[in-house]
Design a protein around this ligand. Structure first.
Ligand code: UD1
Length: 342
């Protein structure tokens, strides 16, 4: 299939494109490079042997989206483009409505005109807000606790309204994607300071930051720090591809993507420290606005609908992040190492 990946140069997008291309699909990257690095394109080439098609454009540009979909005869769209920082969304909720919701509206209009019949959408655990019970199942109440989660929920609602036999939709609620491609050639290189935990830890380990701020030590969890369901990005990508294929038989898929296990901030720091053999200096700081104490997914529905379960362990996640970070201390600004393939 020809698949347009919006946000295809980003963290999840780049791993998605590599796996799509390896599975024999052709990937068209649509990305504005506002939060991604242009060097990722060459890394994808090194990994796949193919120069991917790249369209630099804004997700709100309906005309360009339409043109891209028809010129490249796209059969499906994996929609990953969007903003994802909880603190930024609290500071500027309009921006999140504009890009995450407005951008998806433009994309869906373009999809309709270009007669594309499948879309896979990257939603988030943040649509649930504070879970009433754990693990979080898909039928739990949807009460986002920040504007980022609210913007993703608005998109979910829109997609559900228009899903039909002719236009098939998969909504995937990502828990906490971490990890990197096993090659160490691509990984997470945050721009615009989204502040996610794993890249902060790896940047402390490599010496780019002096310490890690741990936001809150008095949550009602086993060690007082927040608990999340960390999922290896390569497991996530496998689930996305399964979902795209499952739309052959399903009209609407709506599933959580997580491992079913929660780890605290301190447990993650410990695991990473063991993997890299370095001390990770930490400092307790006040709670971060919009954060919740504990969240991990039930994986039952994803198993049932997609035949998918996460396979990689927390140690695998730490090992792959450390390989990526140590081979690329400055992220995609780093010269590709001779230890890397390609
Ligand atoms: C949130 C969303 C998630 C979304 C992600 C995108 C919820 C429940 N989840 O993830 O769906 O994909 O944003 O950004 O809203 N932390 C520190 N120090 C740091 C950084 C983080 O202590 O320097 C803590 C945070 O307070 C949090 C945990 O680590 O409790 C994980 O943080 P992060 O990686 O940002 O993910 P979430 O906030 O869980």
């Amino acid at each position: 299939m020809n698949i347009m990946v919006t946000g295809g140069a980003g963290y999840i997008g780049s791993h998605t494109c590599v796996e799509l291309m390896k599975a024999g699909h052709s990937a068209v990257i649509f990305d504005d490079f506002s939060r991604s690095h242009p060097n990722v394109v060459d890394r994808i080439r090194r990994l796949t042997g193919v120069v991917p098609i790249v369209i630099a454009g804004d997700i709100r540009d309906r005309k360009l989206l339409e043109e891209t979909l028809s010129t490249h005869r796209c059969d499906a769209v994996i929609h990953l483009a969007g903003l994802k920082s909880v603190p930024e969304s609290i500071e500027n909720p309009y921006l999140y409505q504009d890009i995450n919701v407005g951008g998806t509206r433009a994309l869906l209009q373009a999809i309709e005109t270009a007669r594309v019949h499948r879309v896979v959408f990257a939603s988030t655990a943040a649509v649930y807000g504070t879970p009433a019970s754990l693990p979080v199942r898909e039928d739990h109440a949807l009460q986002p606790s920040n504007p980022y989660g609210g913007s993703k929920l608005a998109v979910e609602t829109l997609l559900e309204t228009i899903a039909s036999d002719r236009f098939r939709v998969a909504i995937l609620r990502f828990f906490n994607p971490v990890g990197a491609h096993e090659s160490g050639l691509i990984g997470e290189d945050p721009r615009g300071n989204p502040g996610n935990l794993m890249p902060q830890i790896s940047q402390v380990a490599i010496g780019r930051r002096p310490w890690l701020d741990i936001f809150g030590d008095d949550y009602p969890t086993s060690d007082g720090t927040t608990v999340r369901d960390y999922l290896h990005v390569m497991d996530l990508v496998a689930a996305q591809i399964r979902a795209m294929e499952a739309l052959e038989r399903e009209r609407l898929i709506k599933v959580n993507l997580g491992t079913g296990h929660g780890y605290s901030v301190l447990q993650l720091v410990d695991a990473f420290s063991r993997t890299c053999g370095r001390n990770i200096p930490c400092r307790f700081a006040p709670r971060r606005a919009g954060d919740i104490a504990e969240s991990y997914a039930s994986g039952d529905l994803a198993q049932k609908m997609l035949g998918w379960r996460a396979e990689r362990s927390l140690d695998d996640m730490c090992r792959d992040v450390w390989r990526w970070q140590s081979l690329n201390p400055q992220g995609f600004e780093s010269a590709p190492s001779s230890r890397q393939p390609g």
